[in-house]
Design a binder for this molecule. Structure first.
Ligand code: BGC
Length: 752
């Protein structure tokens, strides 16, 4: 049978092959009708399908067919629940199959480097393990339906400012430890059908032309076998991009990019084998695409219910003095304040914006869910898009708060404050909202705040007025229903922060290096991103990474850790639900290497598990770590290095609520670097073989004392850090160039 597209490679003309390396329009690959090769459709992504109908604009900005808007990654990241995220992926996949979309453009797994990034709502976490585990689950879910995912944006796309040109200046250790591991995990564990390259440059080279990223690392090291697609408009030199490993240009620069490829092959500047390899990948993708409308029709009601259930698992209860859950009885009154209770904000703007099948309104949901005889009254309190104090609205809300038993204020960021395409300049809620909180609390101290925002906001300065704060993020079309479920206790909050909420923006580790200038953004904080930075600088934070409360409580006990040869570590501990209702706890395991030869974070998340425990129930959790989890990336050896010594293993409920700590001792040989003429005298002396050879070369005097500076402790301290070759040129040191030469010949080559 030769009816697959892949079988047609040999029959394609050079022009047809070149044309397959770009799309045919904004959302389709190119068909070759003469050979029966169909076009396939791709669409955004990532938390809902944004399929534009054929008659839509060609910029990709206008409306799309109705689809379920699931919680955005800002919310999904806080679930810490790969099983749940996989279910969302499966639902997204079903909607793609029904709409004949072959590839969904998501998930986005870039690291939240700064709270200001305009697209943080599309990304999971400030931590690569969490982003990678959830990204893997999402890709598995989507692809389980026979639809492809597109893992984006590869790599170092951590801001919107100048995103099409800026060069992310980031050292290799930081790339390897922070910005690449989530991509590595998803690629190696879930094999996404496609990876989308980023717009930006990485260390001076466009991601779309970055051979090291697209070919050496992605394919060579991680074994990626799928297709690399450009972000929309990321290709500047089609031939250079093709040679670097970029397979499909979207949207197509028709008549220009294809012509350039043909010309380059004809001129002998591009090996036709490179083109063939790319075309093969495009054809393989076409072959994988689902056959038209093969799936069951989507049950929009079921997907809406799923969206609500998922949103309920994502909200983070930041504080609670016991006011939540509300348990209203007939005769009670609740003042619902805040325009967001009536006009929900549940998704962000830009390419991820979904046309929802329906939208829950929190006010309506609360009214429907409270018992008979409970009054739920409403006052807007503020206008969403005005930042000035609207005194009449505020006065009305305060009066209502004063006459009701409890106040629930729905606050959040206006849509205009965060979006794809630009970064934020501050992290404050609008002043008309924060001043309202103070007035509401003065009128009625029984105050709950519910937040809708896609990225970190500043809470210091106003959250002390509230008895409870529930961070719901941008939680999709059923956010309103989920908020009612959480407030009334039908659902027990179980989200945990996937990003630190700082006291002040100025405290964030990337603050001085964001968003860069003159076309460059220097990742000056290195590996100290998010909690890694706050902890290293011992800075107070408002709410730490991993934090989140529940309506029940959990206790940790019986921590044990065992290390095996090769650096594998097995850790167990017991987690017990000590409260009176069932709930979910996220047990988090952090590792630290307090004495290391490079600057390392105080602690790093290396494993976690979300547990569902009935009241009084107890479970023993097992975490498995590998040597890589204890290692750092060495730029000297271009590899992961496991150093010997004590490592701290801490388990707890957040990065700053570590309940149990133990130590494991790693037995590993010291890192041996090759000795050469440019190695310092002290480095030679620190190496057993090197020391013996150097001592022999210096020799001893009649009394047996080492000659030259080896016999003079004080001088050795001062100039021991000089390279051996440099010292050899100094008269009276005790060693000359010929001796250094023979030392290097003898010892240097063998060392390391
Ligand atoms: C975004 C991508 C998106 C693409 C297609 C780009 O501007 O960066 O995330 O998938 O447009 O809409």
């Amino acid at each position: 049978m030769t009816d697959t597209a892949s079988d047609r490679l040999a029959e394609l003309t050079l022009e047809e092959k070149a044309s397959l390396c770009l799309g045919s329009d904004f959302w389709h690959t190119r068909a070759v009708e003469r050979l029966g090769i169909p076009a396939i459709m791709v669409s955004d992504g990532p938390h809902g399908l944004r399929k534009q109908p054929a008659e839509a604009d060609h910029l990709g900005l206008s409306g799309s067919v109705p689809a379920t808007c699931f919680p955005t990654a800002s919310a999904l990241g806080s679930s810490w629940d790969p099983g749940l995220v996989q279910q969302v992926g499966e639902a997204l996949g079903r909607e793609c199959v029904e709409q004949e979309v072959a590839v969904l453009l998501g998930p986005g797994i870039n690291i939240k480097r700064s709270p200001l990034c305009g697209r943080n709502f599309e990304y999971f976490a400030e931590d690569p393990l969490l982003a990678g585990v959830l990204g893997t689950a999402m890709v598995r879910g989507i692809q389980s339906q026979g639809v492809g995912a597109s893992l984006k944006h590869y790599a170092a796309n951590n801001q919107e400012t100048d995103r099409l040109r800026v060069s992310a200046e980031v050292d290799e250790r930081t790339l390897r430890e922070i910005y690449l591991p989530a991509f590595e995990r998803v690629v190696t564990e879930a094999q996404p059908w496609t990876v989308m390259c980023a717009y930006n440059k990485v260390n001076g080279t466009y991601a779309s032309e970055h051979t090291w990223l697209l070919t050496d690392v992605l394919r060579g090291e991680w074994g990626f076998t799928g297709l690399v697609v450009s972000d929309w408009g990321a290709v500047h030199d089609r031939v250079a991009a093709l040679a670097a490993g970029l397979d499909l240009e979207m949207p197509p620069n028709l008549g220009v990019s294809d012509a350039a490829v043909v010309a380059a092959v004809r001129a002998g500047e591009l090996d036709e084998a490179v083109l063939d390899r790319t075309v093969q990948r495009v054809l393989a993708l076409v072959d994988r695409a689902p056959v038209a409308a093969a799936g069951e029709p989507v049950d929009a009601d079921a997907h809406h219910r799923l969206a609500r259930a998922v949103a309920g698992q994502c909200a983070v209860l930041l504080k609670n003095d016991g006011i939540l859950p509300l348990e209203p009885a007939a005769g009670d009154s609740i003042a619902v304040v805040g325009e967001f209770a009536r006009t929900p904000r549940y998704q962000g703007a830009g390419s991820s914006q979904v046309n929802p099948t329906r939208v829950d309104v929190a006010l309506d949901e609360l009214r429907a869910a409270v018992p008979d005889g409970v009054e739920v009254a409403f006052a807007a309190g503020f206008g969403i898009d005005s930042t000035d104090d609207d005194e009449a609205l505020a006065a009305e809300a305060v009066a209502l708060a004063g006459r009701c038993g409890t106040v629930v204020a729905f606050l959040g960021l206006p849509a205009s404050a965060e979006s794809e395409g630009f970064d934020r300049s501050h992290i404050d809620l609008p002043a008309n909202q924060t001043s309202l909180v103070a007035s509401l609390a003065a009128a009625n101290p029984r105050l709950v705040v519910v937040l809708a925002n896609g990225s970190a906001v500043r809470l210091a300065g106003w959250d002390h007025h509230a008895g409870a704060v529930l961070e719901c993020w941008l939680s999709g079309q059923a956010a309103g229903g989920a908020a009612a479920d959480l407030l009334l206790g039908a659902v027990n909050p179980s989200g945990r922060l996937a990003e630190t909420l700082p006291v002040r923006l100025e405290d964030s580790p990337s603050y001085l290096n964001f968003p860069g200038e003159a076309g460059h953004v220097r990742y000056g904080e290195g590996v100290f991103v998010g909690y890694r930075g706050y902890d290293a600088l011992a800075r107070d934070v408002r709410y730490p990474f991993g934090h989140g409360l529940s309506y029940t409580t959990f206790a940790y006990s019986d921590l044990a850790a065992e290390i095996f040869g090769g650096g594998d570590v097995a850790v167990t501990c017991r987690v017990t639900n000590t409260g009176d209702r069932s709930g979910q706890e996220v047990a988090q395991l952090y590792v630290g290497d307090p004495v290391a030869s490079v600057a390392r974070p105080v602690r790093e998340l290396k494993s976690f598990q979300k547990l569902d425990l009935a009241a009084g129930e107890s479970e023993v959790v097992t975490f498995e770590l590998a040597a890589r989890d204890l290692s750092y990336w060495s730029t000297k050896t271009s590899g992961w290095v496991l150093e010997g010594g004590d490592f701290e293993i801490a388990v707890g409920a957040s990065s700053r609520d570590l309940r149990l700590t133990t130590t494991v001792e790693v037995d590993a040989p010291p890192v041996q670097e090759p000795l050469g003429g440019m190695s310092t005298l002290l480095e030679w002396l620190a190496d057993p073989g090197g020391a013996a050879a150097v001592r022999a070369a210096f020799g001893t005097d009649e009394s047996g004392r080492p000659r030259g500076i080896l016999g003079d402790e004080e001088t050795l301290k001062v100039i021991g850090s000089f390279p051996l070759s440099t010292l050899a040129a100094f008269p009276g040191v005790g060693i000359d160039a010929a001796a250094v030469h023979s030392l290097v010949e003898k010892v240097g080559a063998g060392a390391g």
